[in-house]
Design a protein around this ligand. Structure first.
Ligand code: AR6
Length: 185
């Protein structure tokens, strides 16, 4: 779909194969690397990424949930990795959706500061952090659309925002939800 000349897509696949300016990583507060998409990004990108994460850790002590930090992309076919920390799902009454929304906003702001034209997001928090997939997808899409609508085209570096879904459930949810927004535009 297209919002103010920014193309928003969802694709099923592996984010480490994505080519563009910024790949977003679903990291942890210590930026330590881990399992899931974080593990895949560090494995495919090589040790340069973890080295820069260690420098950020030394300087600012990592990231709180909702925040984001930028590193090199190592061997990956992108210019940067933005590491954001999603909320751990604890039933929903702890502001998890607001924190998840902040992850997408912080990442877009950081990417915009690098004049990124394209950015790829995984389905943050929907794996090891157990955030319900439907609510996470709705939150992600709404936040991205709001961000674009809140910035005039002259103040917008992005041409393309891609959601890369790894599992079938997320791929189907994103396709459905993007179609829904398209129909109601
Ligand atoms: N490409 C795209 N998406 C992927 C890939 C991939 N290669 N691999 C997994 N996913 P998760 P979280 C999807 O668990 O829930 C780590 O240990 C996966 O299907 O990676 O935010 C961190 O260090 C799911 O939909 O991240 C943290 O400790 C989505 O990525 C913790 O996990 C997110 O799942 C973060 O948990």
């Amino acid at each position: 779909m297209n919002v103010n000349n920014v193309v928003i897509t969802s694709t099923k696949g592996d984010i480490t194969k994505w080519q563009g300016d910024v790949i977003v990583n679903a990291s942890n507060s210590g930026l330590f690397g881990g399992g899931g998409v974080d593990g895949a990004i560090h494995r495919a990108g090589g040790p340069q990424i973890a080295e820069e994460c260690a420098m950020i850790r030394q300087k600012q002590g990592g990231c709180l949930p909702g925040e984001a930090a930028l590193t090199n992309a190592g061997k990956l076919p992108a210019r940067y990795i933005i590491h954001t920390v999603g909320p751990i799902w604890k039933g929903g009454s702890g502001g998890e959706a607001a924190i998840l929304s902040k992850c997408y906003r912080s990442s877009l702001e950081l990417a915009y500061a690098q004049e990124a034209q394209s950015i790829a997001f995984p389905n943050i928090s929907t794996g090891i952090y157990r955030f319900p997939k439907a609510l996470a997808g709705k939150t992600a899409i709404e936040t991205v659309i709001e961000y674009i609508k809140g910035h005039p085209s002259s103040d917008m570096s992005f041409r393309r925002i891609d959601f890369i879904c790894y599992d079938n459930e997320n791929a189907e949810l994103y396709e459905e939800q993007l179609n829904l927004y398209n129909d109601h535009k």
